[in-house]
Design a protein around this ligand. Sequence first.
Ligand SMILES: NC(=O)C1=CN([C@@H]2O[C@H](COP(=O)(O)OP(=O)(O)OC[C@H]3O[C@@H](n4cnc5c(N)ncnc54)[C@H](OP(=O)(O)O)[C@@H]3O)[C@@H](O)[C@H]2O)C=CC1
Ligand SMILES: O=C1O[C@H](COP(=O)(O)O)[C@@H](O)[C@H](O)[C@H]1O
Length: 515
Amino acid sequence: MGSGGGQWIVEKRSSFRSEPLEVNVSETGCLSIVVLGASGDLAKKKTFPALFNLYRQGFLQSNEVHIFGYARTKISDDDLRNRIRSFWCVFLVACCSIMLMTEWFYQIKYVSGSYDTEGGFRMLDKEISLHEEFRNSTEGSSRRLFYLALPPSVYPVVCRMIKLCCMNKSHLGGWTRIVVEKPFGKDLDSAEKLSNQIGELFEEPQLYRIDHYLGKELVQNLLVLRFANRFFLPLWNRDNIDNVQIVFREDFGTEGRGGYFDEYGIIRDIIQNHLLQVLCLVAMEKPVSLKPEHIRDEKVKVLQSVMPIKDEEVVLGQYNGYRDDPTVPDHSNTPTFATVVLRIHNERWEGVPFILKAGKALNSRKAEIRIQFKDVPGDIFRCKNQGRNEFVIRLQPSEAMYMKLTVKQPGLEMSTVQSELDLSYGQRYQQVTIPEAYERLILDTIRGDQQHFVRRDELRAAWEIFTPLLHRIDDGEFKPLPYQPGSRGPAEADELLERAGYVQTHGYIWIPPTL
Ligand SMILES: NC(=O)C1=CN([C@@H]2O[C@H](COP(=O)(O)OP(=O)(O)OC[C@H]3O[C@@H](n4cnc5c(N)ncnc54)[C@H](OP(=O)(O)O)[C@@H]3O)[C@@H](O)[C@H]2O)C=CC1
Ligand SMILES: O=C1O[C@H](COP(=O)(O)O)[C@@H](O)[C@H](O)[C@H]1O
């Protein structure tokens, strides 16, 4: 910050930027994107906005792309367009020209049909083929992407119908790809069954198991940070790191999604997928290269090194009022909060607790990774009780990385104080709009890059970790503790954190810099 006037000085650093790492094969030809479950929440809030943003930025070309919505609800093309429009009208009016919006909405066609009979899918295929003919698509140059924004229970039947009725008509260069949302299964057996059912229809390279946390900017930065910086290489291990926390907090409850949520709970909704994927990137060894298979090989190894979870290292919670939702059973045992300690049995991490914490209806909304270092041996400054060094990666909101460290308090006295080295994205990258996770991931599916998608063996290893605990919760053997909405969650979770070795720095708070 400049010394006078409180102005941030932003340095121009573009000359140091390297070329993009991945060389993507640029494909052309007719591209049909089909959103199944187009009438739903995810489609409205995430999928369609992401597609629009890709279109707006020129990643989807108007002379190539056509978007299809498919669901059972009987509505017209215009009804679907209006639904989408009504959700983002403020955003659209602020950012875009009317012409662009009109052009975009013109690309969307809706087909209504059931998920388990051929009629609707035959109709869908006809519409896609019409579009392909209209675009003069030669055989083999047409690309068909099916995005399943649907409850997982209908994935098998929908995949069967796609295979039966809607495949791209040639193998000469075109493709058919399927994107499936999480939660992929409910436990190890159901996930394996689902994988087998879909695996009989589609090859692994055609399947994109999406976990939108892998599309977040700061999650994508983890590999670069760890493996392109000398700073971190010698420190990133059990000799220096005391504990790691990966935290997800939301300051609202299950609003409107109680029925869905109650079947899954916070562990299946957030921890088994989003937080565990982040753990993999924090804990894995350096991959041989950036090839998707090399990265995913390393993630699988970490997951397979996780020890069985101990009961005394789990705290579950359920916020008061959760069961007032009419779609939630009166005696629901579903946790809306969980803290779980995972232990990785390998040379790098033996003895370092990885504390995964997620909760709904808490006192704040944020997601972050907090790496806490061990105490400095021989503390000549007697500053130990001020707190430990921490490296924090704030995934959202206010994306940032900061190192909490001890410095000399400026002035005549030799005393110490906690401060930080701070790379806040809002301040450093003022001209950059950070893309939404879904934008990036949908673009990857079109480009055929599976690096940021979950491979089948990865998924299996992830379910292996949590299935025993989940079964005990489902059977009512493990009960969530009540907590007040708007609180930090059950006090027992903080006690567990302390037992795991985390030392809180009382009185220190990181404030994102304002411009
Ligand atoms: N919403 C979100 O924020 C997120 C959702 N997800 C995942 O995305 C997927 C879709 O989520 P979301 O949009 O919230 O779900 P919805 O409950 O909104 O369902 C999407 C559509 O699926 C159809 N549908 C709903 N229930 C059933 C059923 N039992 N059988 C057949 N069809 C059904 C409905 O369309 P119609 O009746 O018209 O056919 C509905 O509009 C899920 O797997 C979810 O876990 C992942 C991350 C975030
Ligand atoms: O997958 C899900 O994620 C959202 C939170 O996503 P974020 O990108 O806003 O952090 C969560 O609200 C939802 O319950 C869950 O299904």
